[in-house]
Design a protein around this ligand. Structure first.
Ligand code: 5AD
Ligand code: FES
Length: 340
């Protein structure tokens, strides 16, 4: 182990320039160290979170995202509250201990509607995560009070200039404030970044990592940017995004050793072994989709998403097989962040 990795392993702290050195390394030693830290802090259990993408309608215009409002080619859908609850029930039957509700920023779902859905799903004795964008402090509190446990909101990038370019009519400071409001409400807070956005630098990635540390996040999801043809950022995929996303994820494991880190679907979209590689480099969570194909296909944030035609029961078994093949096991707990 080199000196930077030794320091990260013992102190869980690095300077910006040390992080940059690791990001520019070949990653081999970094992945090994992150895997060791993962084993020591969160063990060999992998938490499965059943994902329900309940609406692809979005009022935002994020330059990279296929669900952006101006994309006329997106075939929009919105599940009814009862259908969402039905899918959650199916997830519970498949053995998921956490259900994740994700959508575009769709104003149809008022706080009242959402709180009803939350309290119905919470009757199933599972943990519930929301990933539905920017809300007010009061709304986050209402979700928590209705029974929600966690909330995911990626900062996407901490480079303010780049953030403003990527997100028309949005505000970096507000997004940051949302993350602190989520935390203050008592919800576990998850964030993360997109890796490989145009003009993004390794310095930016290092700043993102330092921000996650400052936020003291409970969960961090890192994904490679995959260009969508119907967005202003259409173009060729940069395969390097995978390695940088993986290195970033591994460094997050070193600096926030006891948090939950998913092997992201976007990683597997670029690399057929992506999730296994991530699980061997610091990750301890996988988020399989539990919707039927017709909806999965339409939730096209980026193209060529995996498992689009697979039945949710098949994904559940497939991922368990993959997890066992690397000597790990599917956790039977709700998988809250336990501070060590
Ligand atoms: N490529 C990869 N990830 C993307 N996301 C949005 N668009 C893309 C894309 N083109 C990610 C964002 C968002 C999450 C739900 O999906 O980081 O937070
Ligand atoms: Fe869906 Fe393997 S996880 S088929």
């Amino acid at each position: 182990m080199n000196n930077i990795l030794k320091k990260a392993y013992t102190e869980h702290n690095l300077s910006k320039s040390e992080i940059i050195t690791l990001l520019n390394s070949d990653g081999k030693e970094l992945y090994k160290t992150a895997d060791k830290v993962r084993q020591e802090f969160v063990g060999d259990g992998v938490h499965l979170r059943g994902l329900i993408e309940f609406s692809n309608i979005c009022k935002r215009e994020c330059k990279y995202c296929g669900l952006r409002a101006p994309n006329k080619n997106a075939d929009r859908y919105r599940l009814k509250p009862d259908e969402i609850i039905e899918y959650a029930k199916k997830g519970v039957e498949l053995g998921y201990k956490t259900i994740v509700l994700q959508s575009g920023e769709d104003s149809f779902y008022t706080t009242e509607k959402l709180c009803n859905i939350i309290s119905e799903i919470k009757k199933f004795d599972i943990a519930l995560t929301l990933s539905i964008g920017e809300k007010t402090k009061e709304e986050y509190q209402a979700f928590k009070d209705a029974g929600a446990d966690r909330y995911l909101l990626r900062i996407e990038t901490t480079n303010k200039t780049l953030y403003q370019k990527m997100h028309p009519n949005m505000n970096y400071e507000n997004r940051k404030q949302c993350l602190y409001n989520i935390k203050d409400s008592g919800l576990e807070v998850g964030s993360g970044s997109l890796v490989g956005l145009p003009e993004q630098t390794v310095e930016d990635l290092a700043d993102d990592i330092l921000f996650f540390k400052e936020l003291d996040a409970d969960m961090i999801g890192i994904g490679p940017f995959i260009p969508h043809p119907d967005t202003p950022l259409s173009g060729k995929l940069n395969k390097e995004n995978f390695d940088f996303a993986l290195k970033m994820m591994a460094i997050v494991r070193l600096l926030l050793p006891d948090i939950n880190i998913p092997a992201t679907t976007a990683m597997e979209t670029i690399n057929p072994m992506g999730r296994i590689i991530a699980l061997n480099s610091g990750a301890n969570v996988v988020m399989p989709n539990i919707l039927d194909s017709e909806y999965k296909i339409k939730y096209e944030i980026y193209p060529n998403k995996i498992c689009l035609n697979e039945h949710s029961g098949k994904c559940r078994n497939c991922i368990e097989g993959k997890i066992k093949s690397i000597g790990r096991f599917v956790s039977d707990t709700k998988g809250f962040h336990k501070r060590v």
